[in-house]
Design a protein around this ligand. Structure first.
Ligand SMILES: NC(=O)c1ccc[n+]([C@@H]2O[C@H](COP(=O)([O-])OP(=O)(O)OC[C@H]3O[C@@H](n4cnc5c(N)ncnc54)[C@H](O)[C@@H]3O)[C@@H](O)[C@H]2O)c1
Length: 272
């Protein structure tokens, strides 16, 4: 089989949550630039409109919907809008998420008392769990009936290496939310395999995006993450495109319940 056929995403109907920035935007670009028909869903109407305009200017078939992924009604609306526009949903990237704030140590590894676990506000914990974990459950509830109806589909969830790795510079609510996401993906993959619905995760290490106020855009803030990476880099959203195309295409036909780690070796441990 030729690579062009194996990794072809042309014509696929693809829904991307959190698709107006960072990793979701990279997924949207990878799909749109290779002929997929996409629906970008995001809570931010300005960046959403800009994303749709830019992708259309490059000739892609793109729609956008303003959606809050914590709201089941919004998710039902965007699923219905995608089906109304494209007739089906072949691939859904369940990607939207937020930071839980910095971890309990600063860049120089001194303690941050205001970031200790007893200081985490209840509101922050609830918001992070709602946005990163409960939204994934609600997204599946909205997507799965349509995918069963059409005889299958693929759901690709953005988890994180924080799902399995402890963190000093990442907040506890975030780590807990992504651990829940990772196991939910495996459980959903098991339940949905019979219906030809493949469920997989992409687990990035640190990536320069707008998450957490875009803190990784500052070179000082990146330093501890670069030190912790055997490749001594923080990823760009472009680095996630290969995994996205693989999981959306025939190349991964027999892959479900997997997690593709894209982290420059961070989870291997520190090196020189
Ligand atoms: N950047 C990293 O270092 C990193 C590492 C591992 C995993 N991730 C995960 O990648 C995913 C994307 O994050 P990113 O880094 O690209 O961040 P980002 O802030 O650049 O993009 C996230 C997008 O999601 C949207 N969004 C936020 N809350 C939403 C909501 N309630 N409903 C709909 N849309 C919402 C935002 O408006 C934004 O466009 C998240 O799940 C994040 O946890 C990020």
């Amino acid at each position: 089989m030729k690579i062009n056929d194996l990794f072809d995403v042309c014509g696929l109907a693809v829904l991307i949550t959190g698709g107006a920035s960072g990793i979701g935007l990279a997924y949207a670009q990878a799909m749109a630039q290779n002929g997929a028909r996409i629906m970008v869903a995001d809570i931010n109407p300005e960046t959403l409109a800009a994303t749709v305009t830019t992708l259309r200017a490059h000739g892609a078939e793109v729609e956008g919907e303003t959606v809050d992924v914590t709201e089941r009604a919004d998710l039902d609306r965007v699923v219905a809008a995608t089906v109304a526009r494209y007739g089906r949903i072949d691939v859904a990237f369940v990607n939207a998420g937020i930071s839980g704030g910095p971890g309990f140590l600063s860049a120089d590894k001194s303690r941050l008392p205001e970031r200790s676990l007893e200081a985490i506000p209840d509101e922050l914990w609830t918001r992070v769990l709602e946005t990163n974990l409960t939204s994934v459950f609600r997204s599946f509830q909205a997507l799965v009936p349509q995918m069963k109806l059409q005889g299958g589909g693929r759901i690709i969830v953005t988890s994180s290496i924080s799902a399995t790795k402890t963190e000093i510079h990442v907040g506890s609510a975030y780590v807990a939310s992504k651990a829940g996401v990772a196991q939910f993906v495996r459980q959903a993959a098991l339940e949905l395999a019979k219906f030809n619905i493949l469920v997989n995760a992409i687990a990035p290490g640190p990536v320069i995006t707008n998450i957490g106020g875009g803190r990784l855009k500052a070179s000082d803030a990146r330093k501890p993450f670069e030190r912790a990476c055997p490749m001594h880099e923080v990823a760009s959203p472009d680095d996630l495109k290969g995994a996205a195309i693989y999981l959306a295409s025939k190349a991964s036909r027999f892959v479900t319940g997997a997690q593709i780690v894209v982290d420059g070796g961070v989870t291997l441990g520190e090196a020189d």
